[in-house]
Ligand binder design. Sequence first.
Ligand code: TRP
Length: 335
Amino acid sequence: MIHKQKTLFSGIQPSGILTIGNYIGAIRQWLEMQNEYNCLFSLVDMHVITVRQDPKLFRQQTLDVFALYLACGLDPNKSIIFAQSHVSAHSELAWILNCITNHGELSRMTQFKDKSQRHSDNVNVGLFAYPVLMAADILLYQSDIVPVGDDQKQHLELARNLAQRFNHHFGETFVVPEPMIPKQAEGGRIMSLQDPEKKMSKSDANQGAYINLLDEPNKIRKKFKRAVTDSDNEIRFAEDKPGISNLLTIYSAFTNKAISDIEKEYEGKGYGALKTDVGDTVADFLEPIQQKFAEIRPDETQLLKMLHEAATKADKLARPTLNKVMDAIGFLPRG
Ligand code: TRP
């Protein structure tokens, strides 16, 4: 289906190299969405600084993440892929939205409660107002659709409330965005290789728990070989076999084979065979992405140029909304 007229916005925190869980759960679908919507993908660097960063590493990591998205196939000719901090309208709108957001509704955000516990030495106001900045990101582009995972649903609900509240008090200004819950892989989420009851996460302290998109082929194979499984040696998708089920989910996601077909294929074979094949499949799948990354990542001048061009496009789209908002609020016209 073609919805060329609809705008889709998503934000990516450039806070680390993505895992195969991110690839299957998000990126793979964005590659399709690029053809169906007007997409904006923002590297939300201003969100990242709500947790203290080392400036040098942070700068490198933002470029890493950008290059990796390009290597995965996000296409700057189809989508606007830009750094949030390059488009000042985000901060400007965030301030205005701060002034229609209640302290109480932000204190109820589960992610804030969670993060302020994890970073109890740095519970800054930015962390508290994080969802308001996210609402500004979305509303600034009159976005119709926002693909979000479960953990961001509450934030999207706030963005919808703020849009409605603003429209109510100051007149029709914002499109009220709709969430788009991404399709899951057959078998469900990609889980940790070390604790298959937990979601695979790039911030896991145990590196064996996740496959990051830039892991070397041999490391990938090794991690799959060491993946935690049960001991009955039957290759079957079942609730009481979370480790094997996770391997089946991953294998199915990267081969597009149905899980039931994979079960048949491995009848009578041991876990070792499945682990080897999953490792090979994922390593082979990532090889061209890693090659492309290695090709484009060194040319920082070119990467920055692409980001600057994208920021110019984003700025053009954002300005009219911001001007309308400032006018509706009662600010004097700018010169
Ligand atoms: N908070 C989102 C996350 O951590 C990132 C984000 C920032 C975002 N702004 C956004 C996502 C706007 C969707 C739309 O995943």
